[in-house]
Design a protein around this ligand. Structure first.
Ligand SMILES: Cc1ncc(COP(=O)(O)O)c(C=O)c1O
Length: 382
């Protein structure tokens, strides 16, 4: 009954756990959910008000497949402000979350058997979305969690079509080094491969680090990069489902062709909410980033003596190494299940992200919940 295509992919482990937790909560279990990859903060009022106003003004019908012009113009202006690179709004295509943007991209660019290089650990949907398009994920391990430049260089074949670069990274929170990004950019130009730069967490960079963008390099590099960005994490708008790509007009035209048969436009009034989000970015984003940094620092402090953890330079994830506990647990999934059962603290095993020996916790919870979560974990692990 079910197609071979779908039988060949796995369901999203992070989404799967969310429904298990909902059930446990309903049964009255005291759960601290550090598994969720979304801010726990409410969508800003200005965004909600603009969305509601748009509905009242009857922006409730089909709109252009590629997105409303007002939003695409703002995205183009914002991109130029952030990267120095002028783009035309016709290079922007708005989709139902950057998850759909990525799906669209692989469907649009991959022929069966084309290879896509994915550094490991990776975000759960990359390999599955590649496989759904008939592509072959080629995993390159990043034991130090940095961009594995040499491994990527060695893995390039005639079939390599794309390299996925996700910085700040989910699950590790690592911000890749600028020199490594430049090395991959040069490789892409030399071998005529495209980079898919997943920038879902681009606003969440801590400690005054430089925000590097491939767009700041040469025109040649820029033409070999497809930028994938999202309103979800930056503006606390996960449920609005607004992501977008910035690519050449040729790629964008073809993405548009695909999307016209798939979802058509993204929810019209949600796009008006996104317009307001960009208009009020200065009020919305810096306080959120400051709060997440405070939580990150707290988690690092609370991890002392419990977990060995790399300081995440961005995003909102802690990806501690937990192999010192493997005399008690056979792997990270078993350890995550044990922690959930004994303490109600939900995290994910590193194997969900292709890297055994780690756990992922999202610090998208209040300070008191984070303190309580670590207190409970200490109690059962030490
Ligand atoms: C690295 C990465 N890319 C893309 C997404 C998709 O986000 P959205 O579809 O909400 O834009 C996520 C969500 O967790 C993510 O972590």
């Amino acid at each position: 009954m079910i197609s071979d295509r779908l039988l060949g992919v796995e369901g999203s482990k992070s989404v799967g756990l969310a429904s298990v937790l909902m059930k446990l909560k309903k049964e009255g279990k005291d759960i601290i959910a550090l598994n969720v990859g979304e801010p726990d903060l409410a969508t800003p009022d200005v965004v909600k008000e603009a969305t509601y106003k748009a509905m009242l003004e009857n922006h409730t019908r089909y709109s252009l497949v590629e997105g409303i012009p007002e939003l695409r113009e703002r995205i183009a202006t914002r991109f130029q402000k952030q990267t120095g690179r002028k783009i035309d709004p016709s290079q922007v295509l708005v989709s139902n979350g950057s998850k759909q943007t990525l799906y669209n991209l692989f469907q649009t660019l991959l022929n069966p058997g084309d290879e896509v290089i994915i550094p490991r650990p990776y975000w759960v949907s990359f390999p599955e979305a590649v496989k759904l398009a008939g592509g072959i994920p080629v995993f390159i391990d990043a034991p130090d969690l940095q961009l594995p430049v040499d491994g990527i260089k060695a893995a390039v074949t005639k079939k390599t079509k794309l390299i996925i670069v996700n910085s700040p990274n989910n699950p590790s929170g690592v911000v890749y080094k600028k020199e490594d990004m430049i090395a991959i950019a040069n490789l892409a130009v030399e071998k005529n491969i495209h980079i898919v730069s997943d920038e879902a967490y681009d606003a969440l960079v801590y400690d005054d680090q430089e925000k590097f963008s491939f767009a700041s390099l040469s025109d040649e590099v820029f033409n070999h990069v497809i930028f994938v960005q999202s309103f979800s994490k930056t503006f606390m708008m996960t449920g609005f489902r607004i992501g977008y790509s910035i690519a050449s007009t040729e790629i964008t035209k073809n993405l548009n062709k695909l999307q016209s048969h798939l979802t058509g436009n993204n929810c019209t009034f949600a796009q008006w909410g996104a317009v307001a989000a960009i208009d009020h970015e200065e009020e919305i984003v810096p306080p959120m980033v400051a709060l997440m940094k405070k939580r990150r620092d707290l988690c690092l402090e609370l991890s002392k003596g419990l977990f060995e953890v790399e300081t995440p330079g961005g995003a909102f994830y802690l990806f501690p190494k937990v192999t010192q506990y493997f005399d008690r647990f056979k792997d990270s999934a078993e350890m995550a299940t044990y922690i959930l059962e004994k303490t109600g603290v939900a995290g994910l095993g590193g194997s969900a992200f292709g890297m055994e020996g780690h756990l992922r916790f999202a610090f998208t919870a209040s300070e008191s919940d984070l303190r309580e979560a670590f207190r409970r974990m200490r109690e059962v692990l030490l």
